[in-house]
Write a protein that binds this ligand. Structure first.
Ligand code: FES
Length: 198
């Protein structure tokens, strides 16, 4: 692990802005059920710490909602969206569950690994990309797909996936959502012809 990145958060405290957000989050839960706020608080901590959650942040979350560290740790280690070590600028969550798999996610994942020269769970040497294989992300209708940071990229094939990664690397503007030109959202493919003529 990058020691500078780790030591930066040894005395983790939520920022002023996030403390304000936390007050609003906690108001949504009954006073005796604050433990249920563990996920939004972990998410805030992760955003404050450049995409990963150091141990000090998990302890702070536990302290704020009065649950033991182990309970926070259990949640943080269960959900694939939480990272417990530093990640790259672009966090790629690669869905390989059945609908994505039936539409070729295995081949796409291999192409992605080959292009980035990393395995799942690793970060590229330039610190740009971290790759993780995950379960269904709920966009099966546009399978296969990946989530990169907060955005979904759908209807992938080898060509548009590599173009996407290349564009991110070169800081080019990228298209969020379906990568098929002419398709809007998750509409039926037969509508695409109509769109072209509209
Ligand atoms: S199976 Fe990939 S989004 Fe649902």
């Amino acid at each position: 692990m990058n020691l500078t990145e780790k030591s930066k958060f040894e005395n983790f405290k939520f920022s002023k802005e996030n403390s304000f957000l936390i007050d609003n989050i906690l108001k949504k839960y009954p006073a005796n059920q604050l433990g249920s706020a563990v996920m939004p608080l972990l998410d805030l901590a992760m955003r404050q710490c450049n995409g990963w959650i150091p141990e000090a942040a998990m302890k702070e979350v536990g302290r704020l909602i009065n649950i033991p560290f182990i309970k926070v740790y259990e949640v943080a280690t269960f959900y694939s969206m939480f990272n417990l070590k530093p990640i790259g600028k672009y966090f790629i969550q690669f869905c390989t569950t059945t609908p994505c798999w039936l539409n070729g996610s295995d081949d796409l994942l291999e192409a992605c690994k080959k292009y980035l020269k990393i395995k799942c769970g690793e970060t590229t040497e330039d610190g740009l990309f971290t790759l993780k294989e995950v379960e269904c992300l709920g966009a099966c209708v546009n399978a296969p797909m990946v989530q990169i940071n907060d955005d979904y990229f759908e209807d992938l094939n080898k060509t548009n996936l590599i173009k996407l990664l290349n564009d991110l690397k070169n800081e080019n503007k990228v298209k969020i959502g379906t990568q098929i030109i002419g398709r809007r959202g998750a509409e039926p493919f037969k509508n695409m012809e109509k769109n072209k003529n509209a």
